[in-house]
Design a protein around this ligand. Structure first.
Ligand code: ADP
Length: 163
């Protein structure tokens, strides 16, 4: 049976840190589904459609990576619907660890058959978050090495419009 892994997140915007985790996960599992959480309560910079398009563009050469979005629902229900066995998350700091540990335990309680697998952030990207990158771009800093060109272009366009 192929092992299907779901990598859920906001990806608002997808950074080089996310990209690194997705590439590494694609070597570990038969299929990786990058699942963009659509949260109507959260203020979003890029629309779900924009995030799907950007991520699809980044991974078009990878046959075992799929990009999808999922609406407000329990992650575990989505994972079960996709018949996936694994949830992938990235770990950067101790701050991530506390939150991720709690989520992994809650998900284990809800669906013991599903495993959460953590991939340690690459040292080059361990400082990088979508929130930080938006702040850098908004204030005119360089995001070289932090965002793919297509993502940088779209983010600049959106942040300019929202000013
Ligand atoms: P969420 O809103 O679910 O935290 P994010 O898009 O911020 O969504 O992150 C999705 C996952 O990717 C999380 O597990 C997060 O810890 C991980 N992640 C985010 N940025 C990085 C990075 N630079 N390196 C490694 N993992 C990361």
């Amino acid at each position: 049976m192929p092992t299907i892994a779901i990598y859920p997140g906001s990806f608002d915007p997808p950074t080089e840190g996310h990209k690194n985790i997705i590439e590494r996960a694609s070597k570990l599992f038969d299929q990786v589904i990058v699942a963009i959480a659509v949260n109507s309560a959260k203020q979003e910079t890029l629309s779900p459609e924009e995030r799907v398009t950007l991520l699809k563009g980044l991974f078009q050469e990878y046959p075992n990576i799929q990009i999808e979005s999922f609406q407000d629902q329990l992650l575990i229900h989505y994972v079960q619907k996709k018949k996936a066995q694994v949830i992938v998350r990235g770990l950067r700091t101790f701050q991530d660890y506390e939150y991720e540990f709690q989520m992994a335990l809650a998900n284990k309680q809800l669906a013991p058959e599903i495993e959460t697998v953590f991939i340690m952030a690459d040292a080059r990207y361990a400082f990088l978050s979508s929130t930080l990158i938006k702040e850098i771009v908004r204030l005119g800093g360089s995001c070289e090495g932090m965002l793919s060109l297509s993502v940088e272009k779209k983010l600049k366009e959106k942040l300019k419009k929202s000013r």
